[in-house]
Design a protein around this ligand. Structure first.
Ligand code: BTN
Length: 250
C-alpha cells in the first residue's frame, strides 16, 4: 500500500452479507483502527443508496468498505466527505479510461463513464451531538461485470477492453481517496470542491429532472453545490436547491 493509514489494516473475506455491515459489527465489538479496510469476494446482502440492493457476481467486481474517524467534520457538513470520496475514485479511474472527458462524477457520489454508472458509494456515519464520530464507507466498482438489467450501468472491462483483476485496483483507489481526505483534514475543502465541480456530470447543461415529491418533470441547469451539500439547479432563471431524495435525473 502506498498509503499512510488507509488499508494498512486489511481484512479480506470470501463471502459476507455486506462489508458495511461487517464493519458495523467490528465497531460495535470494540476499537477498530482508522483506515481498516474490509473486502469481500461475494456479498449476499450488498446494499446501495436509499435502501436499494447492490448486486455483483462473485469475484468479478470490487466490493469493500473502510472506517474513518472524521471527528473534525460537523454533522451538517457530512456532504464534504462525499466529495472527497467521489474525487478519489474519479482520480483513480482518470488513469485507466481511454477518454477522460467521458469520466464524470454524478452528484453526490456516483462515478459515470459515457453516461453510465461504473461505481457507487454508500457512506454511513455515526453522529454524536453536532459532530461525526465515525464513517463507514462502502464502495462498489463494476470492474468486469454489471447487472445487465441496469441500462445505465457499465464496467471497466467494457470501457478499457480488457479483463482487470479487481483487487489490483485497491492500492490506487485507497491512495487517491486518502490524498483527498488529507486535503480535507488540512482545511482545503475549496480545492476539493473546485475539482469536483469541474468533473460534475451534466454540469451547466440544460437537462431533464423529476421532482420526487410530485413526480413532475422540469428542465434545469446544474450550477453547483450549496453550502449544505444540496444540488443547486437553475430553473427558469431561479436557483433551486435539492437534497438527494428530492431529485431524479431523467
Ligand atoms: C450505490 O451506488 O447505490 C452505492 C453502492 C455501494 C455498494 C458497496 S459494495 C461494498 C459496500 N457494502 C455494501 O453492502 N454496500 C457497499
Amino acid at each position: 500500500m502506498k498509503t499512510m493509514f488507509l488499508g494498512q489494516n486489511l481484512v479480506a473475506l470470501g463471502q459476507v452479507d455486506s462489508t458495511n455491515l461487517y464493519l458495523q459489527r467490528m465497531l460495535a465489538a470494540g476499537n477498530v483502527v482508522e483506515g481498516t479496510v474490509v473486502t469481500a469476494r461475494e456479498q449476499t446482502q450488498g446494499r446501495g443508496q436509499m435502501g436499494t440492493e447492490w448486486l455483483t457476481s462473485p469475484g468479478e467486481n470490487l466490493t469493500f468498505s473502510f472506517v474513518l474517524y472524521p471527528k473534525f467534520i460537523p454533522a451538517r457538513e457530512q456532504y464534504q466527505l462525499n466529495l472527497v470520496l467521489a474525487l478519489g475514485l474519479y482520480n483513480t479511474f482518470a488513469n485507466l479510461v481511454p477518454d477522460i472527458r467521458l469520466l464524470k462524477v454524478k452528484w453526490p457520489n456516483d462515478i459515470y463513464y459515457n453516461g453510465k454508472k461504473i461505481a457507487g458509494i454508500l457512506t454511513e456515519c455515526g453522529i454524536a451531538g453536532s459532530w461525526i464520530q465515525h464513517a463507514i464507507v462502502g464502495i462498489g466498482i463494476n470492474v468486469n461485470a454489471y447487472p445487465t438489467a441496469l441500462e445505465t450501468a457499465s464496467c471497466l472491462k467494457d470501457i478499457c477492453g480488457k479483463t482487470i483483476e479487481p483487487d489490483s485496483l485497491l492500492p490506487d483507489i485507497l491512495y487517491h481517496i486518502e490524498a483527498q481526505y488529507l486535503l480535507l483534514r488540512g482545511g482545503q475543502f475549496d480545492k476539493i470542491k473546485t475539482n469536483y465541480i469541474r468533473n460534475l456530470y451534466r454540469y451547466q447543461e440544460e437537462c431533464l429532472f423529476e421532482r420526487m415529491s410530485d413526480e413532475s418533470t422540469f428542465t434545469g441547469q446544474i450550477l453547483g453545490i450549496g453550502i449544505d451539500g444540496r444540488l443547486a439547479v437553475a430553473i427558469q432563471g431561479k436557483v433551486n436547491y435539492f437534497y438527494i431524495k428530492e431529485l431524479k435525473y431523467l
